[in-house]
Write a protein that binds this ligand. Structure first.
Ligand SMILES: Cc1ncc(COP(=O)(O)O)c(C=O)c1O
Length: 387
């Protein structure tokens, strides 16, 4: 079956597309984030005008503010198939990993090993690498330099029972590879390790079923997923209860507060419920059943393409059947050629659109916000079970 993306509908959900001062512009801001959907903006406005008081009190404005924060956590957790108290918010994914690293440092013992990759964004790398200063051994799972891919055999070669944590990206922001999270988690669990998966580049293409993936930690950034500037963190219960509390002592018994050292941003957390509103609105006419179906995941992917695509010609020579469709990477040397393939892009300024990525600096990932001008045709996959 081929369905047509309702581009007008998608655009109508993002006020920026009808903002006069932004007309005729296309943004090439690598990883700069997505536009914000109307539902989030409306909720943010309502919070600041009607509910901007200390939440969870007994008077109407306070109760409504607290309830909206709870709603955001509950609805996003349900979309990701995890328990509500397993999801928490922080100022950004980088800050969430920073706090997590402190919690692991207090939990691990010198000599324990942590695996990081050279395919990750610094956010899921530096904080872990610095654990070396606390006596942990850091092992690097390296990409195949020819394909840019992380290979399971290379992981197997560095996994043993000293390893307590494996950190890796769900989808690489450098090469666009979608890593097999469930397999990686199973391999880590076999040696008694837990996993921390950076989903920042993946989530804009569809919130994953974290329950099915089996990873112990899943991170993504709501400002790249049509929401406000927050980092969203799932820590599964068994792990969350083992990690040393990083919050105020009086919050130690509240699972979703244990990894939030300061007071959270009430308004932005409440506004994150608008991300769930947008998902439920369903950019394709036949997709409204929610994010747990492959069908609506595809809607999300396509709407991601309409608001924050990563463009390029594929660089990998190896076949990549599992790569996220809008995520591609090009070599800097190919940049000019690729740009010239798109007539409407040819005259756009090159300055600022390419960023050396990874340790070698040989790669350039380009992310641009385009005004999605033409209708897209897609073939929805078979819906997943919505249980
Ligand atoms: C793949 C990936 N992971 C993590 C981050 C860090 O996210 P944040 O800005 O929320 O710290 C980014 C930011 O661009 C990213 O692209």
């Amino acid at each position: 079956m081929t369905a047509k993306l309702d581009v007008d509908f998608v655009r109508s959900q993002f006020p920026a597309f009808s903002e006069p001062s932004l007309q005729g512009q296309a943004f090439f801001e690598n990883a700069g984030g997505s536009y914000t959907c109307r539902q989030v903006i409306d909720r943010l406005h309502r919070f600041y005008t009607e509910r901007k008081v200390q939440p969870y009190g007994r008077y109407a404005a306070s109760a409504a503010g607290g309830a909206e924060m709870d709603e955001a956590r509950a609805r996003l957790a349900a979309l990701m198939n995890v328990e509500t108290d397993e999801l928490s918010f922080g100022p950004s994914t980088s800050q969430n990993t920073y706090v997590l690293a402190q919690a692991f440092a207090d939990t691990l013992s010198p000599g324990d090993a942590v695996i990081v990759t050279d395919q990750d964004h610094e956010a899921n790398s530096g904080a872990w690498r610095r654990l070396e200063n606390r006596g942990m051994e850091i092992r690097e799972w390296r990409i195949n330099p020819e394909s840019g891919q992380l290979e399971l055999d290379s992981l197997a070669a560095i996994l043993d029972d000293k390893v307590k944590l494996v950190c890796f990206p769900h989808c690489s922001n450098v090469v666009g590879q979608e890593n097999p999270v469930a397999q990686i988690a199973a391999m880590a669990h076999d040696v008694g390790a837990v996993t921390c998966c950076d989903g920042v580049s993946y989530a804009p293409h569809g919130l994953p079923d974290v329950g099915a993936l089996g990873t112990d930690i899943y991170l993504f950034s709501s400002y790249k997923t049509y929401g406000p500037h927050q980092g969203i963190m799932v820590v599964r219960r068994a792990l969350a209860d083992r990690l040393v509390n990083q919050a105020h002592f009086f919050n130690a018994d509240v699972r979703y507060k244990r990894l939030t050292p300061a007071g959270p941003d009430h308004a932005q957390i409440a506004a994150c419920a608008g991300m769930a509103d947008y998902i439920d609105a369903g950019p394709l006419p036949h997709c409204s059943a929610g994010m747990r179906t492959g069908c609506s995941r595809h809607c999300w992917t396509i709407s991601a393409a309409a608001t924050t695509p990563v463009f390029s010609a594929a660089r990998n020579s190896a076949p990549r059947p599992d790569a996220c469709p809008p995520s591609r990477c090009i070599r800097q040397s190919r940049l000019r050629r690729s740009r010239s393939r798109l007539p409407s892009m040819a005259s756009w300024p090159a300055r600022g659109i390419s960023t050396p990525c990874g340790r070698s600096g040989r790669w350039a990932a380009i992310r641009m916000q385009v005004c999605c001008g033409s209708a897209l045709c897609i073939t929805p996959p078979t819906p997943r079970s919505s249980s």
